[in-house]
Design a protein around this ligand. Structure first.
Ligand code: NIG
Ligand code: FE
Length: 410
């Protein structure tokens, strides 16, 4: 079936060939004004300017009536599988406690772990699928999901099996990341090394055997896992060929960036607390710098130094970090707005970071992330908007009108 889409006001992120965008190149967002696009078998089959529309018979025609069309968001960092919201901690924060205070008294990640351990795989699957469907309506067309609220062998496997089931049923690409090293569970409170041993000797082999994860992650942070803990886990994962995506430099200059670069991590994520050395290391590497502005916003923390990272030629991605503690929203439209408002991304840079570079940050760049022939027709149709800048500018009000996944309306 050939579907012709006509009268697209602006077709954004049109690329004949793709490569990871870094530094200055991030500000270039190639587009076609007054465009058409052809979808065949769920993939992008042709595009061009309306004036050059070939005279051909199509099976169906959809008049976009002045919508702007762009590739769906590629959200490369989420904790979408969770059992319970944590609004009480939100109120505690309003009363003055910090994220670190809440974690230190057993709240935070450990609170989510207790709830998840008490919830069955089926219930988790149903609630996560519902969340995923809501995100698709907001324009998310590929997603990475982490474990890390299990913290026992059985519960980490349970989370990863939920993610695997999502991969099977979701119409969008889903990637799974093993984050056993998210926090030290109560049972290992005085024996962190024992927990790391459990991760390396019991969790990892089982996960690899069942091919439950595409990546490994560690929360490399003061009072969580230090650089040498992180190295042990990455070393072990490396033996199985499991690439890393790290939580690095969120609350402090943790050394997470350098260890990520050393182990050729696909991405290091957060980066609120950076110094010259870590920025330079990142700019000189192939590791993607994934910025999570809604986490900084929700925790009222400093924002990642995006302009400095771009000056040092970093490749930046944007993701939602959707989780019940530090970013209880997976709305990538708001991520893109906030990235411009607070991280000082330019609109074009933010859109590239949330589409093509996000795709690279989870290894789905051949399938999604740009308007390229052969890629999936995963597309956002906006309400009529005057320009690209209007998209982040008009924050908090939906600009997404319709979403298409593999040529079908969500
Ligand atoms: O990316 N910082 C570590 N992990 C999450 C938060 C998890 C939680 O608070 O439940 C994050 O911000
Ligand atoms: Fe996270």
């Amino acid at each position: 079936m050939h579907l012709l889409i006509t009268n697209i006001h602006q077709l954004l992120n049109v690329r004949e060939q793709c490569s990871l965008l870094r530094g200055k190149a991030m500000a270039e967002l190639p587009m076609i004004q007054n465009a058409f696009l052809v979808v065949h078998k769920g993939r992008i089959a042709a595009y061009g300017c309306m004036d050059d529309l070939p005279e051909k018979v199509y099976d169906a025609v959809y008049d976009a009536a002045g919508a702007t069309v762009l590739p769906t968001w590629c959200d490369s960092h989420t904790h979408l599988v969770f059992a319970k919201s944590r609004e009480q901690e939100f109120v505690d924060k309003l009363h003055g406690l910090s994220y670190a205070d809440i974690a230190a008294r057993g709240g935070g990640i450990l609170h989510s772990a207790a709830a998840l351990q008490a919830t069955s795989e089926d219930v988790l699957f149903e609630s996560t699928l519902k969340r995923l469907q809501e995100l698709m309506l907001l324009g998310t067309g590929a997603i990475e999901i982490k474990s890390g609220y299990g913290l026992t062998v059985a519960d980490e496997l349970k989370m990863l099996r939920v993610i695997r089931r999502l991969k099977e049923v979701a119409p969008i690409p889903v990637k799974g990341t093993f984050l056993g090293a998210h926090a030290v569970p109560h049972t290992y409170r005085d024996n962190k090394q024992g927990y790391i041993k459990l991760i390396i000797e019991e969790m990892l082999p089982k996960i690899v055997q069942e091919t439950l994860a595409d990546y490994v992650d560690v929360f490399c942070e003061q009072n969580f896992f230090c650089v040498s803990d992180t190295e042990k886990i990455l070393e072990a994962a490396d033996k199985y060929g499991l690439p890393a995506k790290l939580h690095a430099n969120q609350l402090s200059v943790s050394g997470g960036v350098e260890v990520g670069v050393k182990y050729k991590a696909v991405s290091v994520d957060h980066l609120e607390a950076m110094n010259e050395k870590s920025i330079h290391a990142l700019g000189a590497s192939n590791t993607i710098a994934t910025v999570l502005p809604t986490a900084a916003f929700f925790l009222r923390m400093q924002y990642a130094p995006v302009r400095k990272m771009l000056q040092e030629n970093c490749a930046l991605a944007l993701a939602s970090d959707y989780n019940p503690g530090s970013s209880p929203s997976g709305n990538m439209n708001f991520v893109v707005s906030l990235a411009c408002i607070q991280n000082e991304f330019l609109p074009e840079e933010a859109i590239n970071a949330a589409t093509l570079n996000g795709a690279y940050a989870m290894g789905v760049e051949k399938e999604v992330g740009s308007i390229t022939i052969g890629k999936k027709a995963n597309l956002i149709f906006t309400k009529p908007i005057p320009s690209v800048a209007y998209l982040p500018y008009h924050f908090g009000t939906p600009v997404v009108d319709k979403v298409m996944i593999e040529g079908k309306w969500v």
